[in-house]
Design a protein around this ligand. Structure first.
Ligand SMILES: [Zn+2]
Length: 417
């Protein structure tokens, strides 16, 4: 085996805690096996050619424009909120925005986070996550106080109020999807208002550092839409990985790894809000879509909101104090499918262990010959990840096998030169 040299390095030993859904990689595996992306959009919906519409499975979205008006009345009682509107919808409804900070009238020295939700009316779960974020940010906990002292959060809880009221699953009153028409001119009024607001905030002394675009997906998973280096840069992908895994470290059993949903593999599609940030501000802004679950298993909005806020603050280097979830450890073993697969030149292999033990990861060829030892260390319970970057390895099928105590699991990978 020494004839073949392997260079691999530990990308990051991510101490994550809790369990991970066993079906974590099913979607990605299908994509990879077929070599093409399934025709879902990033929210997990697909266009039904026969019905000439997006699939829609939910009749009662449960949170109307009136519900928002009622909540605005409650939120505005807080001394930490200022409420204004960034503009009007097609039908003239204000696009309400919360400005949250310790003194929301005086935010010029505060570091800026932006959140907008409910672009797609049927994705109510994205609103419930946002609602929990608002609750956390307005609370009197020491962490919330620390955040408000340092930061300002701009939050638009309902970016498409007309669509909500008209019962359109994804569009505004002009039947335009305002998520994916940022490069269509003239702009829809909602797009024009949000873009103008972004431009204003980006030219302020403390421009937006993190911009979250909150949706929910019929794929019934919680995940970030990760932008490949093909449409961004390798530096940006490392920032994205750091950001996503940081958030996930607070809710590893609920949020998928960074590579669950990859987009922008062949360039930057121009139509999205995130494209605008990337083209105009590059690596200065982490602008990402977060997808909550759009299905009956949705829930845990408070856990998700907590993870989002703590992860964002960690990414920005803002110390908020207590980590509520630091005591958790994975409840079971799991070896994950490598990503990408097939691969060239490198791939990432990750796994989790529920015990402190020796962890050994070996590579075998199709004849069962051991080709290399990729990892062999005594480690505490946690989630681990390595990048495998083979040198002088023949193209073909290989198997990687993880052993921890009595636990063994093997998965297949394909190396393509
Ligand atoms: Zn959506």
């Amino acid at each position: 085996m020494n004839k073949i040299y392997f260079y691999f390095r530990i990308l990051s030993i991510i101490i994550l805690f809790l369990t991970i859904s066993p079906n974590l990689f099913s979607q990605q595996e299908i994509n990879l096996v077929e070599g093409v992306l399934i025709d879902y959009d990033k929210c997990g919906f697909f266009y039904d050619d026969e019905k000439n519409s997006y699939t829609s499975s939910i009749n009662n979205w449960g949170y109307s424009y009136d519900s928002l008006l009622a909540d605005l009345e409650i939120w505005k009682l807080s001394p930490y909120v200022k409420i204004d509107s960034i503009g009007l919808s097609v039908m003239g409804r204000p696009l309400w925005r919360l400005t949250i900070s310790d003194d929301p009238e005086n935010i010029l020295d505060k570091r800026t986070v932006h959140v907008h939700a409910r672009t797609h009316p049927q994705e109510t779960e994205g609103f419930w996550v946002t609602d929990e974020m608002i609750k956390i940010l307005l609370s009197e906990s020491p962490e919330a106080q620390a955040i408000r002292e340092t930061c300002v959060y701009y939050i638009i809880p309902m970016y498409n109020p007309d669509g909500v009221e008209l019962g359109y699953p994804r569009e505004n009153a002009n039947h335009v999807d305002i998520e994916s028409n940022w490069n269509t001119f003239p702009h829809q009024p909602e797009v024009a208002a949000l873009k103008a607001s972004f431009i204003e905030l980006m030219s302020s002394p403390k421009p937006i550092e993190v911009a979250l675009n909150i949706h929910s997906s019929s794929l019934c998973k919680r995940y970030f839409v990760y932008h490949d280096s093909g449409g961004t840069s390798s530096t940006f992908t490392l920032l994205e990985q750091d950001f996503i895994e940081g958030i996930r470290s607070y809710y590893p059993s609920g949020i998928e790894p960074w590579y669950y949903f990859i987009s922008w593999v062949n360039g930057t599609p121009l139509q999205y809000p995130e494209s605008w940030f990337w083209i105009n501000h590059g690596e200065n802004v982490i602008a990402l879509t977060y997808e909550d679950m759009n299905c009956t298993s949705a829930g845990n909005y408070d856990l998700t909101a907590n993870a989002l806020i703590r992860g964002v603050m960690d990414y920005m280097g803002i110390v908020t104090g207590v980590n509520d979830f630091a005591e958790f450890v994975p409840e079971k073993f799991e070896l994950y499918q490598n990503y990408p697969n097939p691969f060239n030149p490198s791939t990432v292999i990750s796994w989790q262990s529920s015990i402190d033990s020796w962890q050994t990861l070996k590579l075998y060829d199709v004849l069962g010959n051991e080709v290399a030892t990729l990892f062999n260390e005594h480690k505490p319970a946690g989630v681990y990840e390595i990048e495998f970057n083979p040198i002088n390895l023949s193209s073909g099928v290989y198997f990687y096998r993880l052993s921890i105590g009595d636990y063994f699991e093997t998965k297949k990978m394909i190396y393509q030169k």
